[in-house]
Design a protein around this ligand. Structure first.
Ligand code: PHE
Ligand code: FE
Length: 287
């Protein structure tokens, strides 16, 4: 069966990837044997560069899982990663051809299955890539799925996505994903640290997210996040800071239905302005 390609978010460009190989739930085989030696080498270079940068910047939960995973030498077989993840938090990773439609994405998350793109960027895209590729998905997202609280948050998010779809509130809920799973910061005893995959897999954003004084850093507040617009093709102008994964899980456990009702008629907030009630965080002095 052929599964139709998708256009995701507002983009009119069709996503990259071979959707003819996808099953109806959009998963596919990784076909590990088909990676060329140059692709394994490119992956290893991406991994080595990023591994040097995450020390002192990523949160401890990420760093510990990354060290244990030890998947930097070549493109790993997803089944190997999957087995270890399953033992830790009962999450699985599944191969997908690229970006997938929102409801397929939510359904996978709700079943504790994280989709990882099978293709790797080209050498020309070493520094920057618009769409998530294998490296972003694996390096950025998978280590935190070893944390039990974050793992439960991701499943709850998947269930919440299906619900938001029925309530026409996807635009609001997508902001939560963006400002937590992709670009979240966490306040620790050692200072601010990164847990968002979009930062962790990007050399440019990782070196500036904690120290550049220009972006705003604001304490996480559910309604504030749901209302804040994001930009997908530039460094972020605002980051939201949680004080732990428990806070994230607890603040999002409530029923969002009344919150959607309250927020849907309100205008969105720009990403570059402080709002009344915002708790501001400064940059780390060292790092
Ligand atoms: N509690 C949310 C709801 O009722 C679901 C959700 C959980 C969304 C966690 C995001 C993250 O819709
Ligand atoms: Fe991502």
């Amino acid at each position: 069966m052929t599964t139709a390609p998708v256009t995701y978010g507002g983009s009119r460009r069709p996503p990259r990837g071979d959707y003819s190989i996808a099953r109806p739930d959009y998963t596919c085989d990784q076909a590990w044997d088909r990676y060329a030696p140059q692709q394994h080498a490119l992956y290893a270079r991406l991994y080595a560069r990023q591994q040097k940068l995450v020390g002192g910047r990523a949160c401890d939960e990420f760093l510990q899982a990354l060290a244990q995973l030890d998947m930097g030498a070549q493109i790993p077989r997803f089944e190997d990663v999957c087995e270890r993840l399953g033992r830790a938090t009962r999450w699985q990773i599944v191969a997908v051809p690229g970006l997938i439609p929102e409801d397929a994405f939510f359904r996978l998350l709700a079943h504790r299955r994280f989709p990882v793109t099978v293709w790797l960027r080209t050498p020309e895209e070493f520094d920057y890539i618009v769409e998530p590729d294998l490296f972003h998905d694996l390096f950025g997202h998978v280590p935190l799925l070893f944390n039990p609280v974050f793992a439960d948050y991701m499943q709850a998010y998947g269930e919440g996505g299906l619900k938001a779809q029925r309530r026409n509130a996807l635009e609001l809920l997508a902001r939560l994903y963006w400002y937590t799973v992709e670009f979240g910061l966490i306040d620790t005893a050692q200072g601010l640290r990164v847990y968002g995959a979009g930062i962790l897999s990007s050399p440019g954003e990782l070196t500036r997210a904690l120290t550049d004084p220009s972006p705003l850093r604001v304490g996480f507040d559910l309604r504030r996040v749901l209302r804040t617009v994001y930009e997908i093709d530039d460094f972020q102008r605002i980051y939201f800071v949680i004080d732990g994964f428990n806070q994230l899980f607890e603040q999002t456990a409530q029923d969002f239905a009344p919150i959607y009702e309250q927020l849907l008629p309100l205008p969105p907030l720009p990403p570059d302005r402080m709002q009344p009630g915002d708790r501001r965080f400064g940059v780390n002095s060292t790092a």
